[in-house]
Design a protein around this ligand. Sequence first.
Ligand code: 13P
Length: 251
Amino acid sequence: MNTIRPLVAGNWKMNGLSVGLEQAKLLANDLAGSQQYKCDVMLCPPATLLAQAHWQLKGTKVALGGQDCHSAVSGAHTGDISADMLKDAGAIAVIVGHSERRTNHKETDAQVSAKATAAHNAGLVAIICIGETLDERKGGKTLGVLTEQIKGSVPAGSTASNSVIAYEPIWAIGTGLTPTTAEVAEAHAHIRAELSKVMGSEGPATRILYGGSVKGSNAVELMGVANVNGALVGGASLKAEDFMGIIKAYA
Ligand code: 13P
């Protein structure tokens, strides 16, 4: 029995100019219809669009999140954005430790953990990303990698209300490849068990999202797997119609 309210979050990554917010408005209109979907919906546009999106989406069912934050509250960090700034712009959450940041910016588990703490301190939900590479999967190391990432990236003070875990196998991101449902079930069950070790009684109530090539055509299957409490969606979140195709898994 799964009583956790799922979350379907869209990560626009480095895509989207202000004209792209038309899609966010379309999404909000679709969600305002009579059909009630049994999930929360969030968009994480680039930081440049947050404030504008906030005003456009106020009062709708589309919540907003940032894609990354700095671990410090403020200071001499040119080009960086603090969790407080994201909150001020209208975000209620922030993705931390996305594999693209871990890879492109060499972010470590310790940095991801510090960012999650900064998010918590600012009153934001930290969406903490973990996931294995293809080599790690082929080498049978997936569960061990996930254990290490959880231990290192989920800070003390994490609760089911202030944290969401996103399991994103790196080889499934933007490739059209997805793990089998058995592989997803195994990874999510393992994450659930590890969360209980680091978060105690909050572990069983914490949302664990699956991310990596989620589309309308595979959403029902993936979202139906035990311990999958929603999705973190990249490419298919850019167009309202495609994103709705995933949200409809929760009709
Ligand atoms: P895709 O849905 O494009 O595979 O991206 C997944 C992702 O990285 C979401 O954060």
